[in-house]
Ligand binder design. Structure first.
Ligand code: SAH
Length: 257
């Protein structure tokens, strides 16, 4: 009984075994054929919208959502690879909604603040702009997307050097970087159409006010150190500065040499 049952079972299994074997052989051959047959058209990439990248998401969620509208500024923020400007251990956080450490107890500003300050400068192509506080060089790269005439001063020489290297490596050839004291401005290249200060002085530095050209805009956080300051836009009209308060902000202090 046992033998017959097992034989019966074998008889029943056999066709399945053959079928499985045939399937394996066909799959193997089909695989080979697909690889070898160069007359087949290449596989098409999937159609439809391309998925949103981290920078596009940063612009949509952190910057446009908060009211920055200038298309050229938004395009610049989408283009500049922020992760290239932060230390390797900060790269996973490069597109987060916050400032990040860049060494020497300094920080790269929150993306929204970079975009807002750039928008407030109202730069036109060909404008000459001075940045005080180069830091990582990121803000300077964003400015360079809007005009080729960017001058930037950093008081910590090692940061100035590293920022210049990063900018050159990424092809921002025209940005002029200087290690020095921003309180003095850069008189050789004045007057400037825009001045952006990314560290906070307690008062507007006199040299910077002087080096702002007629009709020029200065975007600057002013206030006591290590606490909240106010972001201002100053506009020079007939030699006088008119100021407008924007928002409370928190920047590292603008130090004296
Ligand atoms: N804009 C930078 C971040 C600036 S952090 C970026 O995109 O990464 C502020 C920088 O201002 C720091 O690097 C600090 O060293 C610099 N700083 C402070 N006081 C300064 C001064 N008097 N002149 C020039 N730079 C100064």
């Amino acid at each position: 009984m046992t033998t017959r049952r097992s034989r019966g079972c074998l008889r029943w299994v056999h066709p399945w075994l053959w079928w499985a074997l045939a399937c394996l052989l066909t799959a193997g051959l089909a695989g080979c054929r697909a690889e070898d047959d160069s007359s087949q058209p290449p596989e098409q990439p999937p159609t439809g919208p391309t998925p949103e990248g981290p920078r596009q998401m940063m612009v949509r969620r952190q910057i446009r959502a908060r009211g920055v509208k200038d298309k050229r500024v938004l395009a610049a923020m989408e283009k500049v690879p922020r992760h290239e400007f932060v230390p390797a251990d900060q790269r996973p956080h490069a597109y987060e909604d916050r400032p990040l450490p860049i060494g020497e107890r300094q920080t790269i500003s929150q993306p929204y603040i970079v975009a807002l300050m750039t928008e407030l400068l109202e730069l036109e192509e060909g404008d000459k702009v001075l940045e005080i506080g180069t830091g990582s060089g990121y803000q300077a790269a964003v400015l360079a997307e809007l005009t080729p005439h960017v001058y930037t001063i950093e008081i910590i020489p090692s940061l100035a050097e590293r920022a210049e290297e990063t900018l050159r490596r990424l092809g921002y050839e025209t940005v002029q970087v200087k290690a020095g004291d921003g309180y003095l401005g850069w008189p050789e290249h004045a007057p400037f159409d825009g001045i952006i200060v990314t560290c906070a002085p307690e008062e507007v530095p006199e040299a910077l006010a002087e080096q702002l050209g007629e009709g020029g805009r200065m975007v600057i956080p002013v206030g006591p150190q290590w606490t909240h300051q106010t972001l201002y836009v100053l506009r020079k009209s007939r030699g006088r500065l008119r100021q407008k308060e924007v928002i409370p902000v928190r920047f590292v202090p603008m130090v004296h040499e």
